[in-house]
Design a binder for this molecule. Structure first.
Ligand SMILES: [Zn+2]
Length: 157
């Protein structure tokens, strides 16, 4: 694929970097635009993601760490996370690594797990088991062979 160079003078409508010749976006935001379009996110979700990028740049919603938008193999690659597992109404940017760690946990469950693990590692405090509220959905996906390939969608029975 031919690389399209930025057109001098025009600014990206999201981040103000130089625009692509045929777009209102810079190369980085153009890529995100196409990824969001392929995911068919609702307009409110897309707007919230753009607002996040405008306010903070390409940083993780949960940690504020900068994200890699170039290398999909990087653990810090910018990916979409369903804030509530399976619900496209709120999708946030995070790293590939953190997204895998969060899996199908809610944000509260994720941080609770992180803190409990840290307490266990540092202080040998026993972990209190609490069943994640979206875990059943994940288990049904595994039984039908959908783990990973159909994340964010309910399996069809
Ligand atoms: Zn941009």
């Amino acid at each position: 694929m031919a690389k399209i160079s930025p057109k001098p003078g025009r600014k990206c409508c999201v981040c103000s970097k130089p625009c692509l010749r045929v777009s209102k976006y810079c190369p980085q935001c153009s890529k995100l635009y196409h990824r969001m379009r392929n995911k068919l996110f609702p307009p409110k979700t897309v707007k919230a993601i753009w607002d996040h990028v405008r306010r903070n740049g390409y940083v993780c919603y949960y940690t504020g760490m900068s994200l890699d938008t170039e290398d999909p193999k990087s653990p810090w690659y910018c990916v979409f996370d369903h804030w509530i597992p399976g619900d496209s109404r709120k999708v946030v940017l995070t790293s590939s690594l953190l997204n895998d760690m969060k899996s199908d946990l809610t944000e509260d469950e994720f941080w609770s797990t992180v803190f409990q693990l840290a307490d266990f590692k540092r202080l040998h405090i026993k972990i209190k088991k609490r069943k994640p509220i979206y875990w059943d959905r994940l288990n049904r996906g595994q039984l039908s062979g959908n783990r990973g390939g159909n994340r964010g969608q309910l399996p069809i029975w």
